[in-house]
Structure formats: structure tokens, C-alpha cells
Design a protein around this ligand. Structure first.
Ligand code: PBG
Length: 330
């Protein structure tokens, strides 16, 4: 004989599940939305023509000659991504990173080529010496010590050469003291007062930059970057870095990496209310790619969840190697 039982029914005024009943309902009440125009696509520009060499630790990311970088920029625009961040892979490296300000180095050439073929694409340039020095450090050395002020001088020259080539935004990633002010001054002195500065203001000394150093050939020949990049344990210090860079003239501030520093993004956005960028770095990208390639995670979902978390934390701008893939899947 079948047992009858009554369906218990709670009388609840508030049932939060009501707003999760359908995809349309969930979309209606969604608090955080990603959009392609908030993404910045990093590009690694090398010498030569017709070169498109995949970085082994970063599937889907390439070393591109200038012509290929232009093609990639146009393809990105087709996906809705309107901003690129350029890194240079020069043939010539020396102790003081002189090719960082060479008007005919890959980055300067790429800026001119992109601005003439896709004038509406925003060109941002990374300003650092590590890709240009033969020792792979971010500055000028005295023995094993990185000299702050001579490095700042060299960075300002690089930033001016990017602006002269047509860059819209320069992004110093070196973490020397006083570089934002020096770059602002150097730009203004040469009539580039409309070029903005996106400062890598809180850049941590992170293990997650490993694949980037393969891509850019910028692994330091000795030692590490702990004398200038931040200790991962610190957040009050990140706020001091931000405050100084804003005082010195930063227009946009950045936290880097992103996923391991979501709390820093939130604190920075709350404290300053400035346009805030977060860099979803090479190692964070490579981990998702590797897991996806092993069939261990659903890549599309993991990618969108990660980027949504960065936005939810407070980022207005996300620099990510996933820019095109994410834009296409929105
Ligand atoms: C240059 C620079 C680095 C990254 C961006 N600019 C490398 C580093 O500091 O060693 C890392 C970006 C990434 O990992 O995706 N200083």
C-alpha cells in the first residue's frame, strides 16, 4: 500500500531562489557585467616580417612582427577589443637598455603602423627596461644593485619615444620611485600633454610572471625583482604606492597580478575612485590554459568566472591574454 505524505510547505516571505529561476531572470538581476571595451590585449612585438611564433607556455599568445601585430590588432577590433598593450622584443640588448627609446625599435614601429591602419584602436605601451637589457633587470645596474634615478631617466626617454610615435597611453611597469612624475614632466616638456599615464602602481613581485618572461625573454640573469616590486604580503603599502603615483600624475592606476590580489583591487578602488586596471597576468592565464587542455576545467566558464571576479572586485579595465576569446564569448 502506497504511503501518502503531505508536502511540507514553509511560509517564507523571502525566497532568494525566485530570482534564479531562469536564464532571463538571472540576466535581469546580474550585478556585474563584462564588456569587450574594458579589455586590453597585450601583444609582444618582435623584429622582422611575417613572424607569428607561439609562446610555448602561453597557448594562443604569439611573438608578432609589426605586420602581424597590425593584423592581430585589426582582428581584435573585429572581436570588439579596442585597446592593445605593446611589449617589445628587440634584437639589440645592452646593459642600459638603450633600444627602449630607439624610434625604429619594434614597439615604436608598431605604434606608428597600428595608429595609421586602425586609428580608433587605443595604443598603450609598457615602459620598462627588462626587455631591453642584456641582464634582464628592469633598470641600470651598479654591480647587482638597480640604480633608481638613472633608470627613471632612461624610462622617461622611452616613454617620450612612445608618445612621439603616437602612443595614447604609456604604462610604466618598472616600480622605480618617482618615475610617474618624471615621465609626466618629460612628456609635457615635449608637448605630449595629452598622452595619459597608466601606472603599474601596485605591482607585486610575483611567481605568476613566469610565462611572460619566456614570451619577452626578460628573465633576470641573476637575482630577482624583490628590491623594487612589492612584497605579496602587503596592502597598506599598495595604497601608499597608489597615492604617490596619483600625486605624481597617474591617470589610471593598476594592480598586478589580478586574481591573487582581488582584495587589493577593492581597497584601491574604494580608497581613490580612480580608473583602476587589473592585469590578469601570464601565469594566471597559463594555469587556466593548462587545466583546460587536460580536460580538468571548462575553459570558457572558468575564463568568464575569473574575469567577472576581477570586475566585481572593482576593476574598470582588465588587461588579459583572454581579451579576444572573452570578447567573442560574451
Ligand atoms: C615588465 C613586465 C612584466 C610583466 C609586465 N610588464 C614582467 C616582470 O615584471 O617580470 C608581466 C606580465 C605577465 O606576467 O603577464 N617589467
Amino acid at each position: 500500500m502506497a504511503t501518502t505524505h503531505t508536502v511540507p510547505s514553509l511560509s517564507l516571505t523571502r525566497r532568494l531562489r525566485r530570482l534564479r529561476t531562469s536564464a532571463t531572470m538571472r540576466a535581469l538581476v546580474r550585478e556585474t557585467r563584462l564588456s569587450p571595451e574594458m579589455f586590453v590585449l597585450p601583444l609582444f612585438v618582435c623584429e622582422g616580417t611575417g613572424i607569428r611564433r607561439e609562446v610555448s607556455s602561453m597557448p594562443g599568445v604569439f611573438n608578432l612582427s609589426v605586420d602581424e601585430a597590425v593584423a592581430e590588432t585589426q582582428a581584435a577590433a573585429g572581436d570588439g577589443v579596442r585597446s592593445v598593450l605593446l611589449f617589445g622584443l628587440p634584437d639589440h640588448k645592452d646593459a642600459i637598455g638603450s633600444s627602449a627609446s630607439d624610434p625604429n625599435a619594434p614597439v615604436q614601429k608598431a605604434i606608428r603602423a597600428i595608429k595609421s591602419s586602425a586609428p580608433n584602436t587605443l595604443v598603450i605601451t609598457d615602459v620598462c627596461l627588462c626587455e631591453y637589457t642584456d641582464h634582464g633587470h628592469c633598470g641600470i645596474l651598479d654591480g647587482e644593485k638597480i640604480l633608481n634615478d638613472p633608470t627613471v631617466d632612461q624610462l622617461a626617454r622611452a616613454a617620450v619615444s612612445h608618445a612621439a610615435a603616437g602612443a595614447d597611453i604609456v604604462a610604466p611597469s618598472d616600480m622605480m620611485d618617482g618615475r610617474v612624475g618624471a615621465i609626466r614632466q618629460a612628456l609635457d616638456d615635449r608637448g605630449h600633454d595629452e598622452v595619459a599615464i597608466m601606472s603599474y602602481a601596485a605591482k607585486y613581485s610575483s611567481a605568476f610572471y613566469g610565462p611572460f618572461r619566456d614570451a619577452a625573454g626578460s628573465t633576470p640573469a641573476f637575482g630577482d625583482r624583490r628590491s623594487h616590486q612589492m612584497d605579496p604580503a602587503n596592502v597598506a603599502e599598495a595604497l601608499r604606492e597608489m597615492e604617490l603615483d596619483i600625486e605624481e600624475g597617474a591617470d589610471i592606476v593598476m594592480v598586478k597580478p589580478a586574481v591573487a590580489y582581488l582584495d587589493v583591487i577593492t581597497r584601491v578602488k574604494d580608497a581613490f575612485g580612480y580608473p583602476t586596471a587589473a592585469y590578469h597576468v601570464s601565469g594566471e592565464y597559463a594555469m587556466l590554459k593548462a587545466a583546460a587542455r587536460n580536460g580538468w576545467i571548462d575553459e570558457r566558464r572558468a575564463m568568464l568566472e575569473t574575469l567577472t571576479a576581477i570586475k566585481r572586485a572593482g576593476a574598470d579595465i582588465i588587461i588579459t591574454y583572454y581579451a579576444r576569446e572573452a570578447a567573442r564569448s560574451l
